[in-house]
Ligand binder design. Structure first.
Ligand code: EPU
Length: 418
C-alpha cells in the first residue's frame, strides 16, 4: 500500500496551481445524467473520487470519456437507475444520483451510505425533501428505493443547510411540476455552481447563493458544458502549510471563496496578498494561536478544520477549535499527538497547546482531510514522517506530493510492495 514519506522542515517557495473542486464536480457529473446528450466538463481533477463517480456514471449506462482534465458524459444511453453498495460505501457523494435519476426515470435504487470514518452521516434531509416532492421512499436490504411518476414542486425547509441535500433536491426539483422553494439552503460555492450549471441546462433556478432557492420546474434539461470552479479546500490546505513554511503563491484560485480562512491566517500573523485569481502568503514570524469555529459557508470550512489544528500545534500559545458542522470529526488528533503535539478534545472541541516543535513519526490517514493535516504536520516536523493509508488523500487531492515537492518540500510517494 502506498505511503508518503516526508523529511520535514524544508522551506517552501514558489507557485502552485489549484485544481478543479472535487465537491463541485461530483454533483455536476450527476446533473449531466438528466440530459439526453453529451455534456463536457472541463478542469476536472483526476482524483480517486472522480474516477469512482465515472464508474458509477458507466454503471447507470452513461458513456464517459476523460482526457486531460476534460470529461464528456453522454446521458442519452442512461438506462439503469441504480447505485450499488460497493461504490456508495467507498464514496458517499454517490448519493447525488438519487435526485437526478428519480427525476429522469420515475424510480431509482441507491444504496444507503453507512457511517463514515468520523461517525454517522445521515441522509434523512435528502429523503424527507424528496418525500415532500411526492416521492414514495422505501428501504429494503440496505437500499433506498424512491418512486414518483413526476415529482411535484413543494416548500422544503431544512433543519440544517446541508450541502448534499440541497444539491439533491435542487436537481430533483429542476424538472418537477410547479415551483419548489428550499428554505435554509446551503450557500457553498459548489452548490452555487451546481445551480448555475442546471440553469445552463435549461432549468429555472433563482436565489442562487442565498438561503432561499426557488426552482420553477421545467419539462426537460439539455446537455451543457461547464468549467469547474477552483478547489477552495485544496487551496486552503496549501495556504495553511504556507502559513509557517514559506512564501508561496496560489494561482487559478478564487480568493473570495476563502475569506474566513484568510482572516484567520492574518490573525495568526501571516501576510496575505490577493488578486482576482491568485493568493500569495508570507509565513508568520511568530505564529499566534487563533481560536476557530467551523460553520457553513461563508464560515470557516469543516474541511479545513484538521489542517488548522495541525498549524496550531506549533503556535505560540493555546487555541480552541470547535467543529459545529460535524461533531466528531477529530480522528486526526491522536495521530497529530504522535508528532508530540499537545491536543485534547471534548465533544466537538479541540484544545491545542502550542509546542516548540513537532518530531516526525509514522502516522496513519483516516480520511481525506485528516490525511492533509498529517502531511502538513510532517512538513513542519523535524525528521522523517511516514503517512500510511494514503488512498484517502488520493480521493480528494490531485498529485499532492508532486505539488508540495515543486514548492521545495522533501516528500515522496513510496509504492514499493509491503
Ligand atoms: N446532515 C443530516 N442529515 C442529512 C444531511 C446532513 O443530519 O440528511 C448533517 C450532517 O450529519 C452534518 C451536517 O448536516 O452534520 C452537514 O452535512 P452536509 O450534508 O452539508 O454534508 P455532505 O453534503 O454530506 C459535503 C462535502 C463534505 C463537507 C460537507 C460540509 C461533498 C461531496 N462533500 O458533505 O466534504 O465536509 O459538505 O461542508 O460535497 C470532504 O470533501 O472531505 C468532505 C467530507
Amino acid at each position: 500500500m502506498d505511503k508518503i514519506i516526508i523529511e520535514g522542515q524544508n522551506p517552501l517557495s514558489g507557485t502552485v496551481s489549484i485544481s478543479g473542486a472535487k465537491n463541485a464536480v461530483l454533483p455536476i457529473m450527476t446533473a449531466a445524467l438528466m440530459a439526453d446528450g453529451i455534456s463536457r466538463i472541463d478542469r476536472v481533477p483526476d482524483l480517486r473520487d472522480t474516477r469512482t463517480m465515472i464508474k458509477l456514471m458507466e454503471i447507470v449506462g452513461a458513456k464517459c470519456s476523460f482526457e486531460k482534465g476534460s470529461l464528456k458524459i453522454d446521458g442519452s444511453s442512461v438506462d439503469n437507475p441504480e447505485a450499488p453498495y460497493d461504490l456508495v460505501k467507498t464514496m458517499r457523494a454517490s448519493f447525488y444520483v438519487l435526485g437526478p435519476l428519480l427525476a429522469r426515470f420515475g424510480s431509482v435504487k441507491v444504496s444507503l451510505p453507512g457511517g463514515c470514518a468520523w461517525g454517522p452521516r445521515p441522509v434523512d434531509f435528502h429523503l424527507k425533501g424528496l418525500e415532500k416532492l411526492g416521492a414514495k421512499i422505501t428501504l429494503s436490504s440496505g437500499y433506498i428505493m424512491a418512486e414518483a411518476k413526476r415529482l411535484k414542486g413543494a416548500k422544503i425547509s431544512f433543519e440544517f443547510p446541508s450541502v448534499g441535500a440541497t444539491g439533491n433536491i435542487v436537481m430533483a426539483a429542476a424538472t418537477a411540476e410547479g415551483t419548489t422553494v428550499i428554505e435554509n439552503a446551503a450557500r457553498e460555492p459548489e452548490i452555487v455552481q451546481l445551480c448555475e450549471y442546471l440553469n445552463t441546462m435549461g432549468a429555472s433556478i433563482q436565489g442562487i447563493g442565498s438561503t432561499r432557492i426557488i426552482i420553477d420546474g421545467v419539462d426537460s434539461l439539455h446537455a451543457a458544458d461547464i468549467e469547474v470552479i477552483p478547489d477552495r479546500i485544496e487551496a486552503g490546505t496549501f495556504l495553511i502549510a504556507g502559513g509557517l513554511l514559506g512564501e508561496i503563491e496560489l494561482t487559478n484560485v478564487n480568493p473570495s471563496h476563502l475569506d474566513s480562512l484568510l482572516l484567520k491566517l492574518k490573525e495568526a500573523g501571516c501576510g496575505i496578498h490577493t488578486s482576482a485569481n491568485s493568493i500569495r502568503i508570507n509565513p508568520a514570524d511568530n505564529l499566534k494561536p487563533v481560536d476557530m469555529t467551523t460553520a457553513v459557508y461563508p464560515g470557516f470550512a469543516t474541511d479545513l478544520q484538521a489542517q488548522w489544528v495541525a498549524l496550531m500545534t506549533v503556535a505560540s500559545g493555546s487555541s480552541v477549535i470547535t467543529d459545529t458542522v460535524y461533531h466528531d470529526r477529530f480522528s486526526h488528533i491522536p495521530e497529530l499527538n504522535r508528532f508530540g503535539a499537545n491536543i485534547k478534545s471534548d465533544n466537538n472541541t479541540a484544545f491545542v497547546r502550542g509546542v516548540n516543535e513537532l518530531i516526525g513519526a509514522p502516522v496513519m490517514s483516516t480520511d481525506i482531510r485528516a490525511s492533509a493535516s498529517l502531511i502538513i504536520a510532517g512538513l513542519i516536523a523535524k525528521g522523517q514522517t511516514t503517512v500510511s493509508r494514503i488512498y484517502h488523500i488520493d480521493r480528494g487531492y490531485e498529485k499532492i506530493e508532486e505539488k508540495f515537492r515543486a514548492l521545495g518540500a522533501n516528500i515522496i510517494r513510496d509504492n514499493s510492495p509491503g
